[in-house]
Design a protein around this ligand. Sequence first.
Ligand SMILES: [Zn+2]
Ligand SMILES: [Zn+2]
Length: 587
Amino acid sequence: MADKPKFKFETEEDKKAFWHSTSHVLADAVKRLWPDVKLGIGPAIDSGFYYDFDKKEPFTQEDLRKIEAEMKKIIKENLEFKQVLLSRDEAKKLLKNEPYKLDLLKEIPEEKVSFYQHGKFIDLCKGPVIKSTGQIGAVRLLSIASAYWRGDPKQPMLQRIYGISFPTEKELADYLKKREEAEKRDHSKLGPQLELFQIFPESIGSGLPIFLPKGAILRRIIEDFWKVEHEKRGYQFLYTMHIGRKSLWIRSGHWAMYKDSMYPPVKIDEEEYLLKPMNCPFHIHAFLSKPRSYRELPIKYCELATVYRYEASGALHGLTRVRGFTQDDGHIFCSPDQIKNVLAETIDFNLYMLKAFGFKDEEIKARLSLRDPKSEKYLGDAKIWETAESALREILKEKGMKYHEGIGEAAFYGPKIDFLIEDVLGREWQCGTAQLDFNLPEKFNLTYKGADNAEHRIVMIHRAFLGSIERFMGLLIEKYGGAFPIWLAPVQVKILSFTDRNIPYAKKVEQQLREAGIRVESNYDPETVEYKVRQAEIEKAPYIVVCGDKEEKANTLAVRPRGQKPKFGVKIEDFIEQIKEEIAERK
Ligand SMILES: [Zn+2]
Ligand SMILES: [Zn+2]
């Protein structure tokens, strides 16, 4: 038996290794129970892991419990994970009954092929894994889904088992509780249910959501607010195209560094073009459109721009993991001595935006990515790095914000700050970001004429506040469980008629509210009012208004604020006034 040091989730890598190792145990358990099953792949995912199996009969819920019991045995055996390096021929021989693994083997270029073994089970694997199966304190298999081998519909359909594991039972219990809560708030379910967005994997494609009318309203409110606030702060708006010449992306360096996330080129007139994964080179060209003087700095461009990045089909989820998304992008061009002020303004603005949508200080995490002072890989003037890094620290300290300092986490071209928000499952999503860039100004020769009449190198800052509109909407749906504050709610007031008699009065009220700029929806169906109220509650409008005989006679309303008891005899004018106030205060 191996010794089993306690395992702790300290970094994302720890978690991934832990979950990936548990997927080995899952595969082992399945093979022990059904030796003929063929193995696909078993990666760690955002939370937990899965393994794909080729098995004729479908797995049942009962099977899951059986597999779980088998996994617990393997865990109890506390088998050590050992790396085994085999030659290509040895590997082929070992995998001769595993067609999917042989398929994977073809793509491994190394002469020595890496496997990991625990007990008798051995799997094609480059690691990292944990020390021994005994470190897995608690495991639960969660669900079964089907998935094509390699996500390719022309390939066989496999069965995918999802699971989660933790070093301790307590962590698992906490997770399962959170998950139950999360399922109620899961935006990928609430979105279609509340008619906000929908994904049509079979006809449109996976990871390509479309916004339905109500989601489009929510999106428009977010975008309008975003635009107004940017205009107030001196941003200039740009519109750019979705594709650009491949040579542009080669020059910017995106092709070399980012190729795996980009879609294959399209050919137009013998020239290759690429769908944009980022907007930077376009905004740079706006800057380059005329000579620049220090007097006009900083120049601040912004654009709500849709970009396209490859995500593996297994990683796609609702609006948070998609294949095309709209960045609330912006680029600031400034002189080195403006860095501190520009960063302070940008961070202020970013926090203002997140808080406007209801995120509280304690829900926003800040993370700095800084230089490793011992390394020499960094581009740009060391003094400017120093200025920027200490500015970032100072600003966060002045704000009294807790932040994580990632020494050595900076990209070679500049330090950055990220603001992260947790979703209901405790996964962190990057929303705001401000990234200094000393690289692209070199590559595109970006300069301005200084007060000394000489040309100077510009400093460029990439920034986004919400990250992606789609993802941010996903986070908003989960934050509010679909019950949006009134300024964001696609339907602010739902009007119901008590009986058919009251429909003309209800219609009059509806018209009055609409004319006051309030978003109204009505239900005049010949159902009981109790039924209609229940329906309206599921739709989560902030106010339900019922128009019956009493209301009609007194020219008033029965108003039911979301989650509260109804108030009777409310004057229409007062109601309109109250709603308008609440909207103005972004309640
Ligand atoms: Zn592995
Ligand atoms: Zn950029």
